[in-house]
Design a protein around this ligand. Structure first.
Ligand code: NAP
Length: 446
């Protein structure tokens, strides 16, 4: 069909081809769209690795980029442990896992409840993991969980009274890996263990890390009384959800949380490498940072829409633009899959940064600065210790309050049961006709 048309065009002139001028106008635009789509789609992972028998722990594996990573690794046979904030009995989670097992033909997909906005939840899971004897196999930890508040005015505090972005994006990862560290260090020296942390190019614009300022901004000033007082009224108050009281000039900690995560990643690699194994072998664990690139995920949508219905409307109207310039979650997963599967990341010192499926340099020099790393490590430990202590007091108070309520309830029940026979003897209860008590009553009357 095109050959006769082209021949006709050459021999009889362009105007002899029907609609040729319209086609000539449209084709360059189509080519431009295809070229832009290809460009913004980013690089594709071409590395392959046998994932059978590999145990992979993933946070944020239930949506967005994390879900795509999980799908790809599960399809290659990896055993997946999803760390999710939802209860294992959550119907959506059950269906998600069942679908994943079917579509990847892999039954080894499990979920553990780990709410990253609760330090207690992280500790409960991680201590259970490291307490296992013999130590459990662990080949990879992929940290994709993330939260971004649509605007500084919509910042939230976690149950621990910490800025949510700071806790979920940074502190939770510090806490989780800190507790899992012994489990990572005991993996056999021949095992290729990888810790993959996801970051975002917003780290480049983050302000200089100042521990004192970070502490002031990240720790919420609670609007409710949390001190351990004795009256039931104040106990009720302390059990109420915490509310972040914004400081006048406070801003989003998203970029700072990502920069801190990167500083921690390089410090954690040094911490693992400094460990002297009893067998004298070097560490088998490598830390890798990945920037997946801007992608159309639920998190990005929430952020772009500003968390409002009007924002969502505008987002939907200009959706073709987002379709063009943002990656799909599958495209966003490519650099993470590259970090998980490329053979050379199973050797060497670790502490690499990957973007568009290739190694890149850090854009901020404090990421590899030992002094900054030490300051941040100390700040994180201090925050965790303080908040875990507060959390323990809060849980003890809540337990006490529940016990108090149960005691009051059981006392009331006991009073009722005492009162019941008295009312029966008062003659209000009807006697069954022909019963011993009825006959006796009748005899007495006579
Ligand atoms: N998307 C982008 O444009 C982009 C760009 C650069 C970097 N990145 C990075 O790539 C990673 C993945 O991003 P994404 O856009 O795919 O994220 P996303 O769509 O926002 O998904 C976030 C995931 O984190 C989980 N999560 C949130 N709060 C949690 C909590 N308290 N406890 C446990 N899990 C929690 C969510 O669980 P639920 O499913 O239960 O809500 C969800 O699975 C992030 O580190 C992000 O910074 C993304």
């Amino acid at each position: 069909m095109p050959i006769p048309l082209i021949t006709k065009g050459i021999t009889e002139g362009l105007s002899s081809i029907p609609h040729i001028y319209t086609v000539l106008k449209v084709v360059p635009w189509l080519l431009l769209i295809v070229a832009l789509k290809y460009y913004f789609g980013g690089a594709r992972n071409s590395s392959e690795r046998l994932m059978h028998s590999k145990v992979v722990m993933v946070t944020g594996g239930t949506s967005g980029i994390g879900a795509s990573v999980v799908y790809e690794l599960a399809s290659r046979g990896a055993q997946i442990i999803l760390l999710t904030q939802h209860s294992p009995s959550d119907i959506f989670l059950i269906e998600y896992i069942e679908d994943l097992r079917k579509s990847t033909n892999n039954q080894l997909i499990y979920a553990e409840q780990v709410d990253l906005s609760s330090l207690h939840s992280i500790r409960t899971f991680a201590t259970k993991w490291i307490d296992n004897v013999p130590p459990r196999r662990l080949d990879m930890v992929i940290l994709c969980a993330n939260t971004a508040s649509p605007s500084p005015s919509k910042r939230k505090a976690t149950i621990d009274g910490i800025d949510e972005e700071w806790q979920v994006n940074y502190l939770a990862n510090f806490h989780l890996l800190g507790i899992l560290s012994p489990a990572l260090r005991v993996q056999p020296p021949h095992r290729d263990v990888r810790i993959i942390l996801t970051t975002c190019s917003s780290y480049i614009g983050a302000s200089k890390l100042d521990p004192a300022q970070l502490d002031r901004d990240a720790i919420a000033v609670l609007t409710q009384n949390t001190t351990a007082t004795k009256t039931t009224k104040s106990l009720k108050k302390s059990a109420a959800p915490a509310k972040l009281k914004l400081k006048p000039k406070s801003k989003s900690l998203f970029a700072a949380s990502k920069l801190s995560l990167m500083v921690f990643a390089t410090s954690f690699q040094k911490h693992l490498s400094a460990f002297k194994r009893p067998d004298g072998q070097p560490t088998s664990t490598r830390v890798i940072l990945v920037d997946p690139g801007y992608s159309r995920t639920p998190g990005t949508r929430r952020w772009l829409t500003g968390g409002s219905l009007w924002g969502l409307l505008v987002y939907l109207i200009i959706w073709p633009l987002w379709w063009l310039v943002l990656k799909s979650p599958q495209q966003g997963a490519q650099s993470i899959l590259y970090a998980a599967m490329e053979a050379r990341f199973g050797r060497g010192e670790g502490g690499w940064m990957i973007k568009e499926c290739r190694e890149v340099d850090f854009a901020r020099k404090e990421i590899t600065d030992d002094a900054v790393g030490k300051q941040l490590w100390e700040l994180s430990e201090k925050q965790i210790e303080a908040k875990e202590t507060e959390g323990a007091v809060r849980r003890a108070l809540e337990k006490k309050e529940t016990e108090l309520k149960e005691n009051v309830k059981s006392e009331a029940q006991a009073k009722n049961t005492k009162a019941a026979p008295a009312s029966a003897s008062g003659g209000s209860k009807e006697q069954t006709a022909g019963s011993r008590r009825n006959r006796k009553g009748n005899t007495n009357k006579q």
